[in-house]
Structures are given as structure tokens and as C-alpha cells.
Write a protein that binds this ligand. Sequence first.
Ligand code: PLP
Length: 331
Amino acid sequence: MTAYGTAVGYPPLRAWIAEQHQVDPEQVIVTNGSLQADAFLFDALVQAGDVVVVERPTYDRTLLSLRGRGADVQMIELEADGIDVEALERLLAGGMQPRLAHIIPNFQNPAGYTLSAAKRARLLELARAHRFTIFEDDPYVALRFEGESLPTMLSSGGDAVVYASSFSKTVCPGIRVGYLVGPSEVIARIVKLATGTYISPSMVSQAIVYQFCNSGALERSIEVVKAALRERAETLCEALTRELPHARFVAPEGGYFLWVDLPPATDVSALFAAASERGVAFVKGSDFVLDGCESSLRLAYSGVTVAEIEEGVTRLSDAYAEVTASAGAAA
Ligand SMILES: Cc1ncc(COP(=O)(O)O)c(C=O)c1O
């Protein structure tokens, strides 16, 4: 644990992850957070000009990372049951040839939506028929507090899927442990990149996570986290319905986030400033897309108490009243 270790990750943790996903340990690399795993995967598979499909909206860091590599990013609308697969099919039928489709299947960041079983199956069919890789980015999977869990695409996708997940949301983010599961030849290429980048990820962090998993502490931690998230999400939905009746949203079944659509004319940039003045933070919808989503925003209920959520939504509603009143006066 205190030696340099190996680029594949701390072997006992690697084996534990492999067992969880019923794969060979050679199909797993454990990294410093899953964002590092994402970066390695993009370095291995994506070249400038390659088409990469992402959800619209999607995780802002993925968007930045892909654009930084010169990928041709194609955003496809995210619906309450996941990416619009019919729109993807139309683009594929029109000749689009993606290298990769980045999908956040559970409690998506930023929308909080979950990909349905039917869409998971259809995506796999499309990936096989059109020979692109599905990158299943799944850091929130363990945080379901409502409804039934769905099988990962990895579990039935074979070589069509590379899967990433993380201990950031179940142990803690500061420990920086995440991982990739994929075809062994893709993982072997990534292991070479990892060796050249850092010799090995933090063995100390990974050994701590391994003890946490092996001792049963992980399951207890997940239960604590899920109970808190459930209460926070319910409080947020109730407060929004009461205080901001113009807000449209889908109640999440897990995870950290809730996406709010406000009436189309709402200036969310002005709302952002008015909310900041009142000590309330959110992320503008436009940060998660290449263009548009100007009347939407992402609320994170993960790191705030129930009392802060109640107070925060009251202040947000006050900010909304100010912004819409001044827009009305200007018109
Ligand atoms: C969809 C998604 N992928 C990846 C990450 C990165 O997580 P980490 O590097 O902490 O494992 C996050 C973090 O919020 C995320 O929301």
C-alpha cells in the first residue's frame, strides 16, 4: 500500500470491483476519481474530429473535456426516460458515425433523469449495428432511493460498453477513487496511459476504500446517504411546488440533482444574480449545453440540510418574483 503500486490500481480493490460487475480483473482499472477514468478513455478512443454523442444537457466537465480534445460533439435531447433514441436513430440513418456515445444512465447530472430499460436495450442494439462504443458513466448508481434498480448496459453489452463509476458519492469525493470496466484490450491501452501519467494512482486511498467495501461499511454508508437524499429531494419537490408554481421538474428517484424548467421567457442569468444576492447558488442550465437552456437551471439538494432547502427555495422564489417583475416592467 505504501509502495508505488501498479497502474491498474490496488489489486484487492480491482478484484472486488471485478467481482461486483462479474468481469475479469483484467477488464478493470482503478483511477484517481472517475473523472480521471473519463479522461483516459477519451485519450484512448477519441481523436480530434471524431463524432461523440452526448445527452443534452450533460455533465459540464464531460463537455469541456471532449471539446478540449477537438471532438465533434453531437448533443441529443434528454427526455425524462433518457436520451431521445429515435433522434439518435435518425442521425445514424442519415450517416452520422459516432466513435462514442456518452450516457449517464442513472439520476443524470444535471437533470436527475434515469434511462429506461427499453432505451438501454435500444441503445445497445444501435451501438452494435453502427459499431460505436457506449460510455456508461454511472457514479450515482448506488444512490437510488425510489423505484427499482435497472441492470447496467455493461451487464448485457459485452464489448460495446465501457463503464465508469466512482466511490465519490458513496465513500467521499476527497478520497479520489473511481474506475473503468471495459474490454481488456481497451483497458490494457489505458493502463499504458496511466503508467505514463502517474506510475500508479494513490494506493493508500484505494486500500482505504477496499477496507471500507470489505468490512460492510460501504453498505451502511450508502443507506445513510440514501436516507438523507430521499428526505432532501422530497423537501425540495414540495417546496418548489408550493413556492415556485411556474417551475416544471421531474421528481428524481435517486442521486443529487433536480432540473428546473421555468417559463421560456425567464432570464435565468438575471435570476442567478438575484439568487446570489440572497445567498442561493444554482448552476445555469446553459452551462450544460452548447447553446440554449436559458430558462432552465440545476439544483443540487445533496449538500444542504432540509432547513436550508426550505429557506433556499423561499429565497429563490423571492428572486424569481423580482426578476419577472422587472422583466414585465421593461416590456
Ligand atoms: C456524471 C459524472 N461523471 C463523473 C463525475 C466525476 O466524479 P469523480 O471524479 O469524483 O469520481 C461526476 C461528478 O460529479 C459526474 O457527475
